[in-house]
Design a binder for this molecule. Structure first.
Ligand SMILES: [Zn+2]
Length: 197
């Protein structure tokens, strides 16, 4: 996902840390939520446009670009299971309602009021989300969610410290700096995760 500019404070970042049980809960519920969102949004989502594909083909595996779908949505609402945090007086683990976009395995949803294909940074945003699709493609469902949730916990429950997010931000900014200089996102993902615990 990509949080709206200047609003990336997420989580508590305090000494409190989630238990194993809470992490397992987040992994299970989070995965289920994403699958539901994907089932809701993939129908009616569009393929990449020709110019998007041309811009990104030097970076992503063909399978990722071929499977990718994009849909504009009105809003992203935090999942219902977050109410357990609210009830215990904790902030949501990640505030998805502030996201500009979010990747659902192979389907990218983008909040209409925060970005669209006419936005100056559209390709960079798409790049960020497609890095998540490539991570999912390489890691598989189980490892993707495990990495995301454990990475969140290990980073002091900060969204920006999640390795999966750090990599997406870093590769997208590399693309922004030199959009004509191809590199393999798949190679970067494999290399990056071979070094993760
Ligand atoms: Zn992201």
């Amino acid at each position: 996902m990509l949080i709206a500019a200047g609003a990336f404070w997420i989580g508590k970042g305090q000494a409190m840390s989630a238990s194993e049980e809470e992490l397992a809960y987040l992994m299970r519920e989070g995965r289920e939520w994403v699958n539901e969102l994907r089932a809701e949004h993939r129908p009616g989502a569009r393929r990449l446009e020709e110019k998007e594909r041309r811009a990104l083909e030097g970076f992503f595996p063909e399978a990722v670009l071929e499977a990718a779908r994009v849909k504009q949505v009105q809003e992203i609402v935090n999942p219902a299971f977050f109410s357990v945090f609210e009830e215990s007086g904790k902030p949501p683990p990640i505030d998805f309602s502030r996201a500009r976009a979010m990747a659902l395995r192979d389907t990218v949803i983008v909040v209409e009021s925060r970005a669209n294909s006419g936005s100056r940074d559209w390709l960079e945003l798409l790049f960020h989300e497609l890095v998540h699709c490539a991570q999912f493609f390489v890691l598989g469902e189980e490892d993707y969610y495990r990495n995301y949730v454990q990475g969140w916990a290990a980073a002091g429950e900060r969204y920006r410290g999640i390795p999966i997010e750090e990599q997406a931000y870093s590769l997208a900014s590399r693309y922004r700096a030199e959009p004509d200089r191809s590199f393999s996102v798949e190679w970067e993902v494999r290399e990056f995760f071979s070094r993760q615990p």
